[in-house]
Design a protein around this ligand. Structure first.
Ligand SMILES: NC(=O)c1ccc[n+]([C@@H]2O[C@H](COP(=O)([O-])OP(=O)(O)OC[C@H]3O[C@@H](n4cnc5c(N)ncnc54)[C@H](OP(=O)(O)O)[C@@H]3O)[C@@H](O)[C@H]2O)c1
Length: 265
């Protein structure tokens, strides 16, 4: 139908890395995307261009929206702008995240770094999910995607892998794992499914500074599938979840890590 609205996904931190992989995949599935970024407007424009190359119908729209996840007012403005531009939200993918500016041993972790990382990686996903869940519960929009609405929290293998040189990051991701469970339980009966993604070692700007170290670890078989994870690997998983391919699962943890999490002897 020509005038049928397009489903809409809000993806935070979609200007680069995994967020761009997610936005592009959703575009290829017929979904419109609100492309959130914080400072890199040209990268966000590039994501929009990628999405346009992959879109499958002319009802889809892709709009870059600047908002700092660490700022409460920005989060509210992001949701408001998404709703005013697109008229609806069908899927929320909480992807934006930061590592500590300095990788310091746990004996030296600063309060400033702890607060910054937890604000962006933990406070923001929790309260953004709250804003969007309340929109769904109050407005009761008719779902456009199979099996209803979806929230996906992009955490990390760091949720249960202790790295003593970025404790604040690990703590933020461990907390996010509980955020996912809490929302999964609260929203299960409302037609809203919630998932946690745990990517492993992914080739993005976030890991560019430690590339040589990880190249060596892959070569030595540290990860069973001996390769870097790519944004597309995450995008494909998000696509399946958003399209309702796991209808009888919620609160599930999806590892996208080449088998990193498997215990071996
Ligand atoms: N790379 C990995 O190995 C890996 C592994 C596991 C999990 N993860 C998680 O996956 C997510 C994406 O990581 P990535 O590797 O794609 O990171 P990245 O390449 O560093 O990209 C970060 C993205 O987040 C945005 N961003 C950063 N701070 C923000 C803020 N305060 N408000 C809004 N947006 C913000 C950036 O926007 P600008 O372009 O405007 O700066 C950018 O789009 C993160 O949550 C990360 O913890 C990454």
């Amino acid at each position: 139908m020509i005038n049928e609205p397009s489903p809409v996904a809000l993806v935070t931190g979609a200007s680069r890395g995994l967020g761009r992989g997610i936005a592009t995949r959703l575009a290829s599935l017929g979904i419109s995307v609100a492309v959130n970024f914080v400072s890199n407007a040209s990268a966000a424009d590039e994501t929009v261009a990628h999405c346009k190359r992959h879109q499958v119908n002319d009802r889809q729209r892709f709009i870059p929206i600047k908002a700092d996840m660490g700022v409460r007012e920005d989060r509210a403005a992001l949701v408001e702008r998404t709703l005013s531009e697109f008229g609806r939200i069908d899927a929320f993918i909480s992807n934006a995240g930061i590592g500590p500016q300095v990788r310091a041993d746990i004996t030296q972790t600063s309060l400033a770094s702890f607060e910054e990382v937890l604000r962006v990686n933990l406070e923001a996903p929790f309260f953004l999910a709250q804003l969007i869940a309340n929109y769904w519960l109050k407005e009761k929009p008719a779902p456009l995607l199979p099996n209803g609405f979806t929230i996906i929290f992009n955490s990390s293998v760091s949720a249960d892998t202790a790295s003593i040189n970025r404790s604040e990051y690990c703590i933020s991701k461990a907390g996010l794992a509980m955020v996912s469970q809490l929302w999964a339980v609260r929203l299960a009966d409302e037609g809203i499914r919630v998932y946690e993604l745990r990517p492993g070692i992914m080739e993005t700007d976030m890991t560019s500074g430690v590339k040589a170290k990880y190249d060596k670890m892959f070569a030595e078989g540290f990860v069973p599938q001996r390769r870097w994870g790519q944004p597309e690997d995450v995008g494909r998983a998000v696509g399946a979840l958003v399209m309702g391919e796991f209808p009888y699962s919620t609160g599930e943890v999806i590892h996208i890590d080449g088998g990193f999490h498997l215990r071996r002897l």
